[in-house]
Write a protein of this length. Structure first.
Length: 141
């Protein structure tokens, strides 16, 4: 996983397809053409669900690190409860970590039973995107 500091720091053990493909893969010219035409290539769609969550995680982490605003200024109602922009962003980050079960090494080889975790993923993902939809309008500085 080249240059994905926030994912590495969080303990995400996820490799990107593009980082693991051989240099002589015959599809490279096609991907180059796609990047010229679209600005990205098909590899970014191979696991869109994971790539989009990783993108969101990394970008929220940087936003929090560099933004120069008061994270408590914007307030939102979430399920009848008032939350600040900062609280929602922290909740999104926590839920993405839960989605990947980062603290329990989701991709380890300890023979753990992940059935319960896999079944919970769709519900966690719905919560992530719901929260993102609520805070999204305030995501600029």
């Amino acid at each position: 996983m080249a240059n994905h500091k926030y994912l590495k720091d969080a303990g995400f053990a996820r490799e990107y397809w593009a980082d693991t493909l051989p240099k002589d893969d015959e599809r490279r010219p096609q991907w180059k053409r796609e990047r010229r035409t679209y600005g990205f290539d098909e590899r970014e769609t191979w696991s869109l669900k994971d790539d989009s969550l990783c993108w969101l995680y990394e970008h929220i982490k940087m936003f929090v690190d560099v933004f120069d605003i008061n994270p408590n200024y914007h307030k939102f109602k979430v399920d009848g409860k008032k939350m600040t922009q900062g609280q929602i962003l922290n909740e999104i980050l926590k839920k993405i970590e839960m989605y990947y079960n980062v603290n329990n090494c989701f991709f380890n080889e300890n023979g753990e039973d992940y059935t319960k975790h896999w079944l919970a993923q769709p519900e966690i993902a719905k919560e992530i995107w719901k929260l993102w939809g609520i805070v999204f309008p305030a995501m600029w500085w």
